[in-house]
Design a protein around this ligand. Sequence first.
Ligand code: HEC
Length: 148
Amino acid sequence: MIRTVVVVGTLLLGIGAVVAQQDQVKVTQAQMKGNGKNAGALAAMVKGEKPYDQATVDAALAQFEDTVKKFPTLFPDSIKGMKPEGDYSYSPKIWEDKAGFEDHIKSFGKAVADAKGKITDLDSLKATLPVIGKQCGGCHETYRLKAT
Ligand code: HEC
């Protein structure tokens, strides 16, 4: 009897852990999609598809800043090897080269901090967006995989 309870308990714990992992994968992906959405909104202004809008700029920078803060918790060991649904996945290098990944988070954080308060019109947006975009691309090149 005690044995059965222990076995069932362990099974439930196992299921709980899987659900938590899938939640984490979704949380991580949602944060990344948020980056994409905000970067897209900024790019649309640079391309002249949308008029310059300070509120959109400020919201994007705030979201990037939030991402910088959350990055260290977005890729726990528990989601290593898990695949998010969609076009992109994480490279195992995130865990194999943690120091390198943290360097990318730091330099992205710096670019975002430097941009804060500096983007006040279309010209300053045009000058600053590529600096941030370079950080996005630099990290993706090594740590983001195209899903197969
Ligand atoms: C420190 C590394 C790093 C930086 C900096 C970074 N990303 Fe990512 N990004 C990733 C990783 C890893 C993934 C793959 C994981 C995922 O998709 O959940 C990803 C995925 C994405 C995705 C795909 C989301 C999906 O699954 O549909 C988008 C869009 C994206 N990033 C946009 C951006 C933008 C825009 C920036 C810059 C403003 C940025 N990222 C900065 C690491 C980074």
